[in-house]
Design a protein around this ligand. Structure first.
Ligand code: 5GP
Length: 208
């Protein structure tokens, strides 16, 4: 598996590296694909419409039903790489052979306005965001078992067996890194996982 990550963007003018100008909450959700993260993200956004979802940019092709600008910004590799040189990404990583990145301006602007943001990014991206925004709330979603994960990935019907095998290997590696996260939710039952997640988010929103 090839994985590459971005260097942190540091802007000495905005003081964001010590978290001092962040007025909003940054919630990070990570999970191996198939653990139910997309459903959980949607549930959070439906419950709290004022939380802004950070739409990542990616060089992977859209899956059936995905919309440009809503699920992802689908960009060419050339555009993505020039974004790296221009410091456009707050974090970026190469996952499953494709680049993924989070827009730095989007994050900084909304946080300074006191808005809460939800990021759906992988472990490599989370480490970068936590360095720059240490007060972020990082949550890892676990599937109940390896078998459950494989079943869900297959049932989704969007990826070939080769892609699924690659994603399973990646998932196993990601799960070994779950201790980097302060919060772990096991998605045994969707309603319970949603309740746990919204309770967690609610408690952080009340503190701010
Ligand atoms: P998928 O291609 O299945 O939508 O996403 C594959 C993986 O890339 C998931 O683990 C997802 O969380 C992660 N991902 C999506 N957007 C970003 C991003 O902007 N940055 C990073 N580091 N990972 C991302």
């Amino acid at each position: 598996m090839t994985k590459k990550t971005g260097l942190l963007l540091k802007n000495p003018m905005d003081g964001s590296s010590d978290g001092s100008t962040e007025k909003g909450n940054l919630f990070i959700l990570s999970a191996p694909s198939g653990a139910g993260k997309t459903t959980l993200c949607r549930a959070v956004l439906a419950r709290y419409p004022e939380i802004k979802y950070s739409v990542s940019s990616t060089t992977r092709a859209p899956r059936k039903g995905e919309e440009n600008g809503k699920d992802y910004f689908f960009v060419t590799e050339e555009k993505f790489l020039s974004g790296i040189h221009q410091g456009k990404w707050a974090e970026w990583a190469k996952v499953h052979d494709h680049y993924y990145g989070t827009d730095a301006d989007f994050i900084r602007t909304l946080l300074s306005q006191g808005k809460d943001i939800l990021l759906d990014i992988d472990v490599q991206g989370t480490l970068q965001i936590l360095k720059e925004f240490p007060r972020s709330v990082a949550i890892f979603i676990m599937p109940p078992s390896r078998e459950a994960l494989e079943t869900r990935m297959t049932a989704r019907g969007t990826d070939s067996p080769e892609v699924i095998a690659k994603r399973m290997r990646n998932a196993e590696e990601e799960m070994t890194q779950r201790d980097l996260y302060r919060h772990i939710i096991i998605n045994r039952d969707l309603d319970e996982a949603i309740a746990e997640l919204t309770h967690l988010i609610e408690s952080f929103r009340r503190q701010r």
